[in-house]
Each structure stands twice: as C-alpha cells, then as structure tokens.
Design a protein around this ligand. Structure first.
Ligand SMILES: Cc1ncc(COP(=O)(O)O)c(C=O)c1O
Length: 425
C-alpha cells in the first residue's frame, strides 16, 4: 500500500471544512490507507477499527474479493451511472438478491432503488406507506434513529438532531421501545389502548417504523417476543410494519436480516450501509408486491443507478451469504465480546452494564461522560470505537464481520484498559 504525500496544509480541515464535521473531532488523525479491520493515518499510525464506517464496512476495508470485482468492472468500460435504466450489473444483483437472500428465506419482496443513502430508503418507505394507506401519521419509537432528512428526522428521537430541522417535525408519534420502562410496564398496553380509544387523539397510523437493535440510540436490543407482538399488533390493526435495517441488516446481528431472529416478515424493509459491500453507496427499499403502488418516476433520485455498487453488492452476497458460515461466525464473535464485557461488568457492577446482539455490542456507563473518556483513551492506544445513546453514554462496538478473533482480543485489551483507567479516575 502506498501512502500519498500530502499537498495541503495541516490547517485545511479547520479553515475550509464546515463546523458540521464530527468524527474528525473525536479522531483528529488524517487517515489514508485501510485494509481489513485496520485503518492507517498519513503518519503511518495504525488503528484497529471497531467502527467500520458506522456499519457500512461489514466485510472490512478494501476487501480483496470485492476490490477485484470492482477493479475488473471499472477497467472494462462498463457503465458507471445509469439512473434507473436497466443494466447488466443491476440485473445480476437483482437475480442474486432473489436467489441468495429472498428465496432461501421464503420472502417475496419487490426491490426499489432509491437514492443511495440510508435516509433515502427511509424516506421512500415512509412515502410508500402513506400512499398505500392514505393515512399520514407514523408510529416511531423512543431513541430511534432513521436519518437526517425531514421525513426521517420526524421519526428520529434525538432532540439535538431534531432541532437541526428548523421547522416543526410532524405526523409522527413516539411510543416506548422495548424495555423503556425497565421491563416494569407491559410494553404494548398503552399503544393498543390509544389505538382503540376514539378519544385518545391518535390519528390512525399508516405505519410503524422500528429498528430491531437501536444502534445510534444506545444499542437497545428489542426482544424477539416484543418484535413478534409488534408485528402481530400491526397485522391486526392493518398498520404497515417497516423494519429499518440500514444499520443492523447485512448480517450485523448474525442473520442477513436482523428481524429473522423474531420470525417476522415486515411489510417494508430498508437496507443501505453494507448492502453495497465495499463502502459503496447503495440503498434498497423492499416491500411486499401488493404494496407496489408507485407510478413510474413518482419517487426518484439521480444516483439510483450506482453500477459499481451493484457489482460489489452482488459479489458480497454470492461470497458471504450462499451459506451460513458468516452468520455463525458473527454470532460466535459476538459471544466472545459479550463474555469479556460481562467480566468487566462483574468488576464494575454499579458503573457499567452491557447489551448487544451479534457484532453490535455496547458497554453502557451509569456516568455518561465515562463512555467518551473510554473512547478517547482507546483512540490514543490505537482503537476506533464510538459512543451512542441519548447522552453518549454507551461505547458501541461495530467491528467488521470479517474481523479475526485475535483482532477482537487485541481491541478488547485496549478497551478494557481504557475502561479501567476511566472508571478509576
Ligand atoms: C437505522 C438507521 N437508519 C437510517 C440511517 C441513515 O443512514 P444515512 O446516514 O446513510 O442516511 C442510519 C444511519 O446511521 C441508521 O442507523
């Protein structure tokens, strides 16, 4: 790997890039090369990456299998940009998605290509639900995160992000996510009650949008039985169920779709982040065929046809999802992290708790500031991990699914040392 010689002053990011930048504040290194679970800055310092592009790099940085397919494609004069024209690369992806992902699971979803980001697929899902039902309101959950455009923000919990909208965010009603009341209150009692009560003030919703594990919200894991009860309630009341699998899909929690653990079949599913396979921008909106009521061009976007991403997406599906090896190894690696986290909790039972599923694992701190301190100490020792949760009180681990056990152990050694240092202060 070659490292480029910088031709810019060190100050360029401060002087020219907007204040809106955020990760570069926590990790001020100037990154240049990356491979697998490692990312290297321009001075040659290596960092173990337990962040993986916020879940966009499930198959690691510069995965050689995907890179080879991408380079072959790019150097053979094939089409790069195609809006929603039919192309060979798109046809091959659709066929593979059908044969490798949908059919083995018994799912029949139509596939929409919205713009290539997570928030684009969420917007498409919300619009479609409203068009199908003729209703406008959406039920979302406490601490949900669905993206930064106005529709997605309206179903997002975080008050700082919501405030950035600058206009009222309407037509969404938050309900408590699983375990919001510490398991004390029966979760759906209130939801069912207000749906039934014509005096409750709740407009009949078009859809419920839910993450099975809230990544940005603090690694809050919904129990399979809670998800099943939610799906059942939606079916009984003819409300569409949207599972936002932008962060937890593509194997993050073990199975390809994070909701497989609950045995449910949502009406609409959103995918982005790792579906492109190589950190390539791509998003899909999946829905049951009877919901495909779109008129031609009724929802569009210039970058729907990112053909290089179709190529890496197809190869990733073929290579990693033709059998259950990746799912099994993700679950085993998740247990490896969870066991080490549980030992840490035993050491500091009043300061820390842990939660997660597969390779999304969180360490939650009673004193919120500690999570940030742990992440900055870990960064100094060569590990990238970010905080999440309403008060940034959770250290969230999202390593590539392709990480080795030795790399997991090394990263956990750094994290444990950082935790002991932070808690002992
Ligand atoms: C569950 C979920 N939905 C939607 C989004 C938005 O994705 P994007 O940032 O690509 O717009 C995210 C991003 O983190 C996410 O975690």
């Amino acid at each position: 790997m070659t490292t480029a010689t910088p031709t810019f002053p060190d100050t360029i990011f401060d002087t020219r890039e907007s204040h809106v930048r955020s990760y570069s504040r926590a990790w001020p290194a100037v990154f240049d090369t990356a491979e697998g679970s490692w990312i290297t800055d321009r001075d040659g310092n290596r960092y173990l990456d337990f962040f993986a592009g916020a879940g966009a790099l499930n198959y690691g940085h510069n995965n050689p299998i995907l890179r080879e397919a991408l380079v072959d494609y790019l150097t053979s004069g094939r089409i790069t940009h195609s809006l929603d024209m039919s192309t060979v690369a798109k046809g091959e992806l659709l066929e593979t998605f059908q044969d490798v992902i949908l059919r083995p699971r018994g799912f029949d979803y139509k596939v929409q290509f919205p713009g290539p980001t997570g928030t684009n697929t969420v917007e498409a899902a919300l619009k479609l639900a409203r068009k199908v039902t003729g209703r406008e309101s959406i039920i979302n959950f406490t601490n949900a995160f669905h993206g930064m455009t106005l529709g997605s923000l309206s179903v997002t919990g975080n008050s700082m992000k919501r405030a950035g909208a600058g206009i009222p965010l309407v037509h969404a009603t938050p309900m408590p996510f699983d375990n919001y009341f510490g398991g004390v209150v029966e979760d759906f009692q209130w939801f069912e009650r207000v749906l039934d009560d014509s005096g409750s003030g709740l407009n009949r919703p078009a859809a419920v949008i839910v993450e099975t594990v809230q990544g940005e919200g603090g690694v809050n894991v919904a129990r399979p039985e809670w998800l099943r009860a939610l799906a059942d309630l939606c079916t009984r009341r003819e409300i569409l169920l949207i599972v936002d699998d932008v962060q937890m899909g593509c194997g993050r929690t073990g199975p390809f779709f994070s909701f497989e653990v609950a045995g449910i079949e949502p009406d609409i599913v959103t995918l982005s982040k790792s579906i492109g396979g190589y950190g390539m921008p791509l998003a899909l909106t999946l829905f049951k065929p009877k919901l495909d009521v779109w008129g031609a061009g009724e929802h569009n976007g210039t970058f729907r046809g990112n053909n290089p991403a179709f190529v890496t997406a197809k190869v990733a599906l073929d290579h990693y999802w033709s059998d259950d090896a990746l799912e099994r190894s993700t679950l085993a690696k998740g247990e490896r992290i969870a066991a080490r986290f549980q030992a840490l909790v035993a050491e500091f039972p009043t300061q820390i708790s842990t939660r997660g599923r597969g390779l999304v694992q969180g360490l939650a701190f009673t004193e919120p500031d500690l999570a940030g301190r742990v992440c900055s100490a870990a960064y100094s020792d060569g590990l990238l991990a970010e905080t999440s949760g309403p008060e940034d009180e959770v250290v969230k681990l999202l390593p590539p699914l392709t990480i080795t056990e030795a790399e997991i152990d090394l990263g956990l050694d750094i994290l444990e040392a950082a935790t002991r240092k932070a808690v002992a202060r």
